[in-house]
Design a protein around this ligand. Sequence first.
Ligand SMILES: [Zn+2]
Ligand SMILES: [Zn+2]
Length: 266
Amino acid sequence: MMVQGPSRSCAGAGDVFDARRVRHWLAECGRAVEALVFPWECVECGEPAEGAPFCVDCRRKLLDGQGLVCDRCALPVGPFTDRTGGCGRCRGNSLGFDQAIALGRYEGPVRNLCLRLKHERNAWLAPWVVDLLLEAHSALRPLPADACVTAVPLHWRRHWRRGYNQADALAAALARRLSLCGVRPLRRVVATPPLAPIGRTERAQIMRDAFRPRRGAEIVLRGRTVLLVDDILTTGATSGAAARALKRAGAARVIAVVIGRAEGKV
Ligand SMILES: [Zn+2]
Ligand SMILES: [Zn+2]
């Protein structure tokens, strides 16, 4: 469950926390029974899988698909690239966020995973994907104990029409796995068009002022590290705009966490 409004931490939400534990435990029991009755099949290739939605091969491909990347923008870099202060493509650019991490390049099985997660019926995959992400990025931990997790929000009209935001599912799973607070300090106040066919400069212009802090966001965010979750990072215009809004509201550091890193110029 995500915390909205001005409460500073998850403390005091004991009942919610207990209910969450029970729900989590029931879900785990459900998964165990289901695995006995319906053997797992890999969602990527359809081959048998053992107690997980990915077979050994596809799991390896998902974990190893990234290669060497820039610590700042998560774009691929060569083995001899100077990565001081970013790579050649992001150094000197204001990204909005301080760091980006991705499970892998937005291609092959990572792309398929992102496309699957767009459908609510596949939201159950989110905790498994988050587990892969954390395995691939053990350096993400330790985080400050008061770090918090939020999703890049959809405009309310789009959210209402879809009834689901995959970024929310991923953010909730990440908060649970890292035992961090999930928060919703931002609103998306501009209904933006699909950004895929639009270039970097135009995207940045469209996204400027697209996010606004909710009332009380400053109390939630002041001095905190925020993990800002989305499914895909392309030019960084969306995550960058959301990160800037988080920082305007007092966040000390924003780490963009995504599943797929597309090769958009930053
Ligand atoms: Zn497979
Ligand atoms: Zn870079």
